[in-house]
Design a protein around this ligand. Structure first.
Ligand code: AMP
Ligand code: MG
Length: 350
């Protein structure tokens, strides 16, 4: 089992309960799931009673953990062809995989096109060098190091997404380059959150909820009964010394996702190295301390975009966001100055 490296929620819920009619006959409940996607998941929902909530929460938890294992590149799971197994075997021959893996990887290919290569799920060979360096540096600070440039360059020879061959009909995955590896960390939580939203809907589990999978937030319905109060979602401030949220957004049906340099990083000789790697330099992206996305077009898209905008120069990122309807962003510079896309402020709680 992966260990939880961060119990810091990137996003907190500020929920209050007033009179209820849209959530009629319902009560508000909150729950927490640990040990999925290497982070903490919080659930704030309306449900008929405690027993029903607990039953639903446990179904949700099981499903969440299923996606975590399916999309894991680290865990070896009995009787499950997950991404770790695909990374091991798809370089030799096509591997048959669950449709939910096929659709995630197809979405990954779309993300590459959309972000002009900034988000590349085939960068596993490069990202694993950074992952190893982070693990060693955090666990044994006296041995802290960053990957050698020559090793990064060699690894980067095996990151061509055109070598990821997905056969949707046969439901198989094949790597034309035997040394290629997948890393879906930039999109998996957001993608799983959308799949979970569908599961919640299909099984009539909850209508009104705000769910945060380590800061990947999905919302539905309202935080009160009469439909007048949207969910308030706090975005964590990269400037921890500020003592207040970066923003409180008012949303219903939108996803809110943040990528930040404070979420996962390690330190070598006093310099911090974050977990988001610019494919052009093979080094951690250094332009921003955080970027958050709000959109009603799904949390998978928001997840991909937050990573992409964290990497891309501001002008390119802004062009990308402006090209997508009902999708807004806030960039936070290294000196904690905020820049909004055109419609972002409409989501800020008054
Ligand atoms: P996020 O926290 O959603 O911004 O995603 C960061 C995670 O995505 C990292 O921990 C890596 O696993 C992975 N990652 C980092 N840089 C990239 C990149 N340029 N393209 C695709 N995945 C990346
Ligand atoms: Mg992301």
């Amino acid at each position: 089992m992966k260990k939880i490296v961060s119990v810091l929620l990137a996003t907190l819920f500020v929920c209050s309960l007033f009179g209820c009619s849209a959530n009629a006959g319902s009560e508000r409940f909150s729950g927490t799931v640990y040990d999925a996607f290497d982070t903490v998941t919080t659930v704030t929902v309306y449900d008929s009673d405690k027993e029903s909530f607990e039953k639903h929460l446990s179904a949700f938890e099981e499903r969440l953990k299923h996606y975590d294992m399916l999309y894991s590149i680290y865990d070896d799971v009995d009787d499950l062809v997950n991404l770790r197994e695909i990374n091991e075997k798809a370089g030799s021959a096509p591997v048959e995989a669950d449709g939910e893996i096929i659709s995630l990887l197809s979405f990954g290919k779309e993300c590459y096109k959309l972000t002009d290569g900034a988000v590349n799920i085939c960068m596993g060979s490069v990202l694993s060098l950074w992952h190893e360096a982070r693990e060693v540096s955090i666990n044994t600070p006296e041995k802290a190091y960053t990957p050698e440039a020559a090793k990064l360059k060699d690894a980067a020879l095996h990151t061509d997404i055109n070598n990821l061959i997905i056969d949707e009909e046969k439901s198989t995955v094949f790597f034309k380059d035997g040394a290629m590896k997948l890393d879906v960390g930039a999109i998996a939580k957001g993608y799983a959150a959308d799949r979970l939203a569908q599961y919640i809907k299909d099984n009539s589990i909850w209508e009104s909820y705000a769910i945060s999978i380590g800061g990947n937030v999905i919302t539905s319905g309202y935080k009160n009964g009469d439909g007048s109060s949207k969910w308030n979602i706090e975005i964590e401030n990269p400037d921890a010394s500020s003592g207040k949220a970066l923003e409180v957004l008012s949303v219903s049906g939108q996803a809110v996702v943040t990528s930040g340099d404070y979420q996962r990083f390690f330190t070598v000789n006093g310099k911090n190295y974050c977990h988001i790697i610019d494919p052009k330099t093979l080094m951690p992206a250094e332009s921003f301390s955080g970027v958050s996305i709000v959109t009603d077009r799904g949390s998978a898209l928001a997840d991909a975009l937050s990573t992409a905008l964290f990497i891309l120069p501001f002008d390119e990122g802004k062009r990308l966001v402006d090209s997508l309807e009902r999708t807004e962003a806030v960039w936070v510079s290294k000196s904690f100055e905020k820049t909004y896309s055109q419609g972002f402020e409409d989501y800020i709680k008054q």
